[in-house]
Design a protein around this ligand. Structure first.
Ligand code: ZN
Length: 275
């Protein structure tokens, strides 16, 4: 007799197999990432169809057969339908789920990451905050959760905490002030948005005081409040977003097709939205 189990999780990836079946990658709090085989979920009558969709957060019932976990049924808790109403939201959701899949492991608890992902998708689906802000806060906190928490208290070389002209030293997870930068005969490497261009050992992302404060906030805020800050000036938001993305991608050592796709669609749709 197979023992049935149930677990709450969110579908972060689906991969179709055969004519009717689908593998679901779930992110869960207690077991990290797990993969379930959802049999018949692609036919309209499949009893598991309701919980076999991407971005569905739900309770999943399954049993083990050999090396596989087979989905038996489940109940959606939060299907995030509103994500599919807007192409940019959907593309960003794909990227956030890809990142969550990359930094999670099978059998390793992922409670904080799961709560961060759920809060991000909720904010995204309801348009509660600017997409750039949601994305960057998610990226920076995810880096910290994954063991790359930077020290943003003061300049790592002189110990001063000047209000202006700070840089995020991406590879060392530290701050650098402009005095130390120039004293060391260094020049700031311009951080490129495209990860493919990043190949410098010294990546220094320029920060405004507000952007630096926002990065600090993202590290310490309760997950439920992580987006509750304002960056109204374009310069501040840009510095914050560039630093967060560079920081995460540099430490993961990879880029994401879903991220490139999100950026390319945003660029191509931006002029239309302004009209
Ligand atoms: Zn310094």
């Amino acid at each position: 007799m197979n023992r049935h189990e149930a677990i709450d999780g969110i579908v972060i990836r689906v991969r179709d197999t055969g004519d009717h079946d689908r593998y679901l990658s779930l992110l869960t709090a207690s077991k990290g990432r797990i993969t379930l085989l959802s049999k018949g979920s692609r036919s309209l009558r499949g009893p598991q169809m309701a919980v076999s969709q991407l971005y569905t957060y739900g309770n999943f019932e399954y049993y083990r057969r050999g090396d596989f976990y087979i989905l038996k049924g489940g109940t959606p808790i939060q299907p995030f339908y509103a994500l599919s109403l807007d192409i940019d939201r959907l593309n960003l959701a794909t990227y956030l789920c890809d990142v969550a899949g990359e930094v999670s492991d099978e059998g390793e608890e992922a409670e904080e990451l799961l709560r961060l992902l759920l809060n991000s998708l909720y904010a995204l689906s309801r348009d509660l905050y600017p997409q750039e802000l949601i994305k960057a806060a998610f990226e920076f906190r995810t880096a910290a959760i994954s063991g790359y928490e930077p020290d943003l208290h003061a300049c790592a070389r002189c110990g001063k905490a000047p209000e202006e002209d700070l840089y995020l030293d991406v590879m060392n997870g530290a701050l650098l002030c402009s005095e130390c930068l120039h004293r060391g005969g260094m020049t700031a490497t311009k951080v490129r948005d495209d990860y493919g261009e990043i190949h410098e050992a010294e990546l220094l992302s320029p920060l405004t005081p507000s952007a630096c404060a926002a990065l600090r906030y993202c590290l310490s805020a309760p997950i439920e409040r992580i987006f509750a800050f304002d960056l109204t000036e374009h310069e501040d938001l840009h510095a914050f977003c560039t630093a967060a993305q560079s920081y995460l991608l540099s430490h993961l050592g990879r880029g994401f097709d879903s991220l490139n796709f999100y950026h390319s669609m945003r660029e191509s749709s931006a002029p239309k939205k302004e009209r």
